[in-house]
Design a binder for this molecule. Structure first.
Ligand code: M6R
Length: 644
């Protein structure tokens, strides 16, 4: 949701070592990298060395408004600052409601991500004690609460922050800075907070993307932890004040991947990165083995494992775990949920194990019977989605095994995953609409299914129908095929020109392509604001067909398999009602009257969802570009949904 940044250190007012920019420049730069997390208002508070006071500048609207405001007051002499980019929950996105929020004295400034559920009770109590509030936000209460503990005799700023944290209910990650001590405290209970600590400097951020330019070694705060930085020293404790050791996580992201490099939008760049991301997702995880009788796998020469081996050493599932479980439960949200639906098809096909896919937001409040034998797989690009992580926490409480597929090293989901983490290796995804994260999640799901089959029983009947598939070749050739689809960019743009004025779309697919119909429709609605529905093609005549007329383009995902004749019948039904048909197909279908066809390379069915997704991303992108929407930061959306 919101983005938080903080810096304290040498800065332009300190020693000759370290970062010589002003803390305000550092914070503003960081906010630019976090713009995808929230963008309805932003602000910075800094310690002004010239008069030893905290100054706060806040602006509603996009970050450019804040940059413009700050450029009028520069140069600033400061070595401690915090900043925030907001996605409003409590209070409209106005200048006042933007963070940072100050206490009555102006000596304490805070930036907050999350929701303080008991803010009304705390606020009333503090008002009763004479505190003056100037906003209706839940966040402002944090600054006054800390001030109150200072007044009540807390010996240090850290102690006041610690006591205040114990009073808060809900989900919160915040930075609090103090003018008297020139210190910063970071507190986490829910939403993410990450730090880089080097050369007596500290950088705080709500995710790693702004930090990778400073170091590839980061420290993730865990829930109920506080970091306190004063006089160049970092102290870490829990909410009870118990000192903790710092655990450093290495991030293998390349900082250059977080810039647009010539593309108009991050989303476009991320679509075009998919061939290399897919390669990164599988390379070193699938290796070729000989089938000459000498290899360990000779007994598998007629199975789907002919000629390769899966190397997913981080997956700690045993045959006993899999046999005892008898089922797998996937939980995720948004596009990651759709990836889960694809992985269900793949796993059931390859392993013959039933898979249930549940939205995190539904799972956490339903009466799903969880057994300690269950295996859960959480899928999340960010690893910080509150609904997904809460669902996994419920499973964990019931002692079920947890695996995760995520893109962000060290993120919260990884800390819950006792049975292992599979990193998608997609690199930073900045566009709010998921693209490369989605396709690499499917790739990782496929590798996991193959690994489960390998552990379980390669000789079982499950997956026998796939024995003609050369998985090694299919996987290794996939990036090349993805690249061929990218060459269709211009022709897909021409198709976009025909349809971008339409106000409704239907996306239809069958079997393993049905979740891709859902994902295609989600991409279109997220970035172009066109209403789009994804449906299983066979369900069309059970309702949605009532919507079809000459103004309703219907996009079909058509594959040359045993379901093709059935999907072709559905196309005929649309044509008969005057609907315009766009088809994405891996063959030349023998049918007239398709208005537009996007021909993609064929692949094994279990890999096909990855390829079918790419033209839908490109189509949504061009439609949105023609409509002139804000593609990387679509209205109302946030990249990481860290609150309910
Ligand atoms: O970080 P996650 O994968 O857990 O995020 C889940 C959804 O919020 C996310 O996929 C969302 O639906 C995207 N905007 C899709 O493009």
């Amino acid at each position: 949701m919101c983005g938080i940044i903080g810096f304290s250190g040498a800065g332009n007012a300190g020693s000759k070592q370290g970062n010589c920019e002003s803390s305000v420049d550092i914070v503003l730069n960081g906010l630019k990298s976090l713009e995808y997390r929230g963008y309805d208002s932003s602000g910075v508070a800094y310690y002004d060395e010239t008069d030893n006071k905290i100054k706060s500048i806040k602006k509603s609207g996009k970050l450019v408004n804040l940059s413009a405001e700050l450029s009028c007051i520069k140069p600033v002499e400061s070595n401690t600052a915090i900043g925030h980019i907001r996605w409003a929950t409590h209070g409209r996105p106005t200048d006042d409601n933007a963070h940072p929020h100050l206490d009555c004295s102006g000596n304490i400034a805070i930036v907050h991500n999350g929701i303080i559920e008991n803010y009304a009770v705390l606020k009333n109590k503090l008002i009763g004690k004479g505190h003056k509030f100037i906003t209706p936000t839940d966040s402002e209460v944090i600054a006054h609460l800390i001030e109150d503990y200072m007044k009540d005799g807390a010996k240090t700023f850290y102690e006041a922050v610690r006591l205040a944290s114990l009073d808060l209910l809900g989900a919160f990650a915040f930075l609090a800075m103090n003018a008297d001590e020139k210190s910063i405290c970071a507190v986490k209970y829910g939403p993410p907070l990450v730090m880089v600590n080097k050369d007596k400097e500290i950088y705080f951020a709500s995710d790693v993307s702004p930090l990778i330019q400073y170091s590839d070694e980061v420290i993730y705060l865990k829930n109920s932890e506080i970091a306190y930085f004063k006089d160049g020293l970092l102290k870490l404790t829990d909410f009870k004040g118990k000192p903790l050791n710092k655990t450093v996580t290495k991030i293998d992201w390349d900082a250059s991947r977080a810039v647009k490099t010539g593309f108009s939008h991050f989303m476009q760049k991320e679509i075009f990165e998919q061939p290399s991301c897919l390669l990164d997702a599988f390379s070193s995880r699938i290796i070729s083995v000989k089938n000459d009788g000498s290899a360990a796998d000779s007994n598998k020469s007629d199975s789907i494992f002919s000629g390769f081996k899966i190397m997913l050493e981080d997956v700690r599932l045993t045959k006993k775990d899999i046999d005892k479980a008898g089922r797998i439960i996937i939980t995720a949200c948004g596009s990651s949920y759709y990836a889960g639906l694809v992985i269900k098809y793949i796993t059931e096909t390859i392993c013959g194990i039933p898979v249930i896919v549940e939205y995190g937001s539904e799972f956490r409040y339903e009466n799903f019977p969880v057994s300690k034998n269950d295996i859960f797989i959480g899928i999340s690009q960010s690893g910080e989605t509150a609904d997904t992580n809460s669902a996994l926490e419920i499973a964990k409480e019931k002692k079920a095994g947890i695996l995760s597929i995520t893109n962000v090293p060290g993120s919260q989901i990884t800390t819950m995953s006792d049975k292992g983490v599979i990193y998608t290796h997609a690199g930073p995804e900045i566009g709010v609409a998921s693209t490369k994260a989605f396709t690499t999640q499917i790739m990782c799901g496929l590798l996991l299914a193959l690994r489960i089959k390998e552990i379980k029983d390669t000789a079982s009947d499950a997956g026998k129908n796939l024995s003609g598939v050369n998985f090694f070749d299919e996987i290794v050739n996939l990036p090349k095929k993805a690249e061929q689809i990218l060459f269709l960019n211009d022709s897909i743009k021409e198709i976009a020109k025909k349809y971008y004025k339409n106000t409704n779309f239907l996306y239809l697919g069958r079997g393993i392509l049905y979740p891709i119909a859902l994902e295609g429709a989600l991409k279109l609605k997220e970035i172009s604001y066109i209403h789009a529905e994804g449906y299983p093609a066979g369900e069309m005549k059970h309702g949605p067909i009532a919507l079809v007329d000459e103004n309703m383009p219907v996009l079909f995902l058509l594959s040359n398999n045993m379901l093709a004749p059935k999907t072709i019948s559905n196309i005929e039904e649309i044509k008969a009602r005057g609907g315009k048909v766009i088809a994405v197909a891996d063959y030349e279908p023998d049918i007239d009257g398709i208005s537009d066809i996007i021909k993609i390379p064929a692949s094994a069915e279990v890999l096909s969802p990855i390829l079918y997704t790419i033209p839908l991303q490109i189509l949504a992108y061009h439609i949105a570009a023609l409509k002139g929407t804000d593609i990387d930061q679509p209205r109302n959306l946030a990249k990481s949904v860290t609150v309910e």
